[in-house]
Design a binder for this molecule. Structure first.
Ligand code: 5GP
Ligand code: ZN
Length: 143
């Protein structure tokens, strides 16, 4: 399987690596939205967010928090966005799961497309659909 992130992990492709341990690798995005734009990647190949195991998610989010703080502090950013593009429709281009840490500076650019407005009653309809789906999943969250 061709995967640029697996190649970086194996050392077959170069990257500006800022952190690495047995589970996680973190390196700078080659096309940054702001300088210091960082990717946090599990070393094991998972296609997307939904295929991660709870254990992977656990160490990745712990690493994500520490790496985000280091990115923000070191480059004196005013804030940062954590982004996951999940699926082609959402803009995912590399199908090896990763978090983006995008450093932000006051008034740098806007990230917001136009907001939609729920028509009468449709907010509840959407919520009902999601609630029904989630009702069978309570143990996965709480268990
Ligand atoms: P996605 O669009 O899948 O959420 O994000 C993939 C990211 O990986 C993109 O922002 C892209 O710039 C970055 N990327 C793609 N190929 C490479 C590469 O070879 N090296 C590095 N450092 N980043 C890459
Ligand atoms: Zn991969």
């Amino acid at each position: 399987m061709d995967c640029i992130f697996c190649d970086i992990i194996k050392g077959k492709s170069e990257a500006e690596i800022i952190y690495e341990d047995e589970n996680i690798i973190s390196f700078l995005d080659i096309r940054p939205l702001n300088y210091g734009h960082t990717l946090v990647v599990p070393k094991k190949h998972y296609d997307n967010f939904l295929s991660l195991t709870p254990a992977e998610l656990d160490y990745l989010t712990k690493g994500l928090q520490v790496i985000s703080a280091a990115v923000e502090k070191s480059i004196k950013a005013d804030g940062f966005n954590i982004v996951v593009n999940n699926g082609k429709a959402a803009g995912q281009t590399v199908f090896h799961f990763h978090f983006h840490i995008i450093p932000r500076f006051t008034n740098d650019f806007t990230f917001r497309p136009s907001f939609k407005k729920y028509s009468d009653g449709s907010m509840k309809e959407f919520a009902d659909k999601i609630r029904v789906e989630l009702n069978t999943k309570r143990d996965s969250i709480n268990g």
